[in-house]
Design a protein around this ligand. Sequence first.
Ligand code: LLP
Length: 424
Amino acid sequence: MHRFEYRGREFYCEDVPVRKIAEAVGTPFYLYSIGTFLDHFLKLKAAFKSAGPLICFSMKANSNLTVLKSLVNEGAGLDIVSGGELFRAKKTGVDPKKIVFASVGKTPAEIEEAIRSKILMFNVESAAELEALNAVAGKLKMRQKIALRLNPDVTPDTHHYITTGAKQNKFGIDRRTAYRLFMEAYRYPFLDFTGVHIHIGSQITDSRPFVAAIRRSLEFIDSVRAGGGRIESMNIGGGLGIIYSKEKPQTAQAFADAILPLFKKYDLGRGLRLILEPGRFISGNSGILVTKILYKKKSRAKSFVIVDAGMNDLIRPAFYGAYHEILPVVKARGQVHREHADVVGPICESGDFLAKDRVLPALKVGDLLAVMSCGAYGFVMSSNYNSRPRAAEIVVRGGRFFTARLRETRGDLIRGERIVKAAL
Ligand code: LLP
């Protein structure tokens, strides 16, 4: 599942004791097991082998260049959502014909950069975006493949901030409008309408909503084909859930077993190309956040463990009420007394917590904690709030560790900023 485990009392990432890394780089830091990223990617690839899909890692989940490069080396493509992600993607040397670009708000400049970069396709979210794309492609005298992102009107059981395939979400195009757009493709002479895309949400542990959404999409493909439209690819998005606590998500194999039969008559690989965009499934359990206990504090109502990582480093608990398991990096000897506490950061907000009402082993000031399952939507959502430099990103491969991104410096905090005398 992942390569973080205790060996004796010491917590290891692959073959390196986490304590050793903390001693070398200081805290807090993100720690990634490259072996785990690759395991997850290869598991998915193997499960879908018969379909020969293009698996585009959704780099919004983790855009560290070393992480991306490790996946690209194994044949992964990338799912991008901005010009900034395109810039990072290109740094990895990924074949642009393995890049897909989604987002409801692509700017003309981003569109131009991506067309010039010869990416595989845009996942288009509105009729207005088609106009914009066609105009830019026309100006460049280049043709561009596009997929329409359908809104399949499916509501999976997940946090309401991360469902995306329901009618009331801003994402996708309803099927009736999408059908009309396919039939009117001639109005966009610089665009090739060749794909259908869906993404119904994130952290979905059950295959049923995927099956429902794919069924609807395949019916849609049938109707477009019957109407004379040409569809070469079906992108089923990402969204596969992982274990944070007691979830029982589908395995890659169970997911493939539920999905692939739906495509029986479509001759996957030849008649229809399958594209996947997983982010969390590959990266979530491949990384942790390591933090140190600064203080312990008891009020009449509660106990607090105050650590040196805050909501600026990991916003998921504050933002989604997300659960992240917290483990000691070195287990105490002998009988462990358990205590009940909130694990909180140094930031001036009551929402600044990593865990609420958690039963923890007896801990003391200076102890290191591993906040688990932080490889997806961890560092990428971090900020400089409270003028805190963003954490370092460390990667482990086998018995060695490397700094893949330096901890930010004070200088980084004010880069690009100046005191404007004229405004004083
Ligand atoms: N494709 C599209 C179009 C997406 O919008 C997303 C995620 C993915 C793929 C990848 O989804 P995944 O396989 O990672 O579930 N910040 C939130 C999650 C936001 C997900 C946004 N879209 C969190 O921390 O839970």
